[in-house]
Design a protein around this ligand. Structure first.
Ligand SMILES: C[S@@+](CC[C@H](N)C(=O)[O-])C[C@H]1O[C@@H](n2cnc3c(N)ncnc32)[C@H](O)[C@@H]1O
Length: 237
């Protein structure tokens, strides 16, 4: 099945407890306020976890995601414009004040498509506007989750998550067993995430018209060699 089709219904339940969306939102809102942003685009918004927090803080939000199933969940959460679109072909109705891409969205972009993707983001931003995104670090993808199996065992659904790391990418095979009647139905999805180095992302941002302002550990903390989430804050030149 397409990535995030069956997972959409369970994403919020299964997604990691170590994701402090409240703290991440504070970091984003500080940047929004420093540049007077009134509206923003949440790229790869998924089920709208961050979109909702930014709407609650007063920003007019457009959520973009390629998965209609994830967007259906997002629509039930908050009043924002949600558009099903591949962000590599991003086309907002007008240049916006800020773009964010939270919790691994950029890990789904193939290395050879990074420059074109960032250039699309730039084309949809006003001059000087911030673009903030995070990636799971190469260290996390290779050392922490690559070649490992994880599981969640819930009352009515069980998820098996099997990873294979090779050639700077992780192939993630997700198998979900959902209780139906007296038995279980099985669903399978495959995701691929790419391990982008800081140098690769910095070069791609520069080539596509962004000035890199800050790279931090998980939305504003000091970088470490074993940081698992890297946050990039850039502004359109
Ligand atoms: C790990 S989820 C993160 C969702 C959300 N940002 C959050 O914080 O929960 C990754 C999301 O990226 C979306 N995605 C992957 N590739 C995409 C693309 N090319 N264009 C738009 N969305 C994409 C997936 O559909 C999924 O919703």
């Amino acid at each position: 099945m397409e990535p995030y089709s069956i997972l959409a219904k369970y994403y919020d339940k299964f997604s990691a407890d170590d994701c402090d969306y409240g703290a991440w939102a504070q970091y984003l809102l500080k940047i929004a306020s420093s540049c007077g942003a009134a509206e923003a685009a949440d790229l790869a918004c998924g089920t709208g976890k961050m979109t909702r927090l930014l709407v609650q803080a007063g920003l007019r939000m457009t959520g973009i995601d390629v998965s209609g199933d994830m967007l259906n969940v997002a629509r039930s959460k908050c009043r924002a414009v949600f558009v099903q679109q591949d962000m590599r072909k991003l086309a907002l109705t007008h240049p916006t004040d800020m773009a964010v891409c939270v919790n691994d969205g950029v890990n789904y972009i193939h290395p050879e498509e990074l420059v074109a993707f960032f250039a699309k983001v730039a084309a949809n931003l006003k001059c000087g506007a911030p673009f903030v995104f995070d990636v799971s670090s190469p260290y996390k993808l290779r050392e922490i989750i690559g070649d490992k199996v994880f599981y969640w065992d819930g009352e009515d659904e069980t998820l098996l998550w099997t990873n294979r790391f090779a050639h700077d990418s992780v192939r993630m095979d997700l198998t979900l067993f959902v209780r139906e009647g007296d038995g279980y139905r099985r669903y399978d999805e495959r995701h691929v995430q790419y391990a982008h180095t800081t140098e690769r992302l910095a070069d791609a941002l520069d080539t596509s018209g962004f000035d890199l302002r800050e790279v931090s550990d998980c939305y504003g903390k000091e970088l470490r060699s074993d940081s698992v989430r890297l946050t990039f804050y850039a502004t359109k030149r």
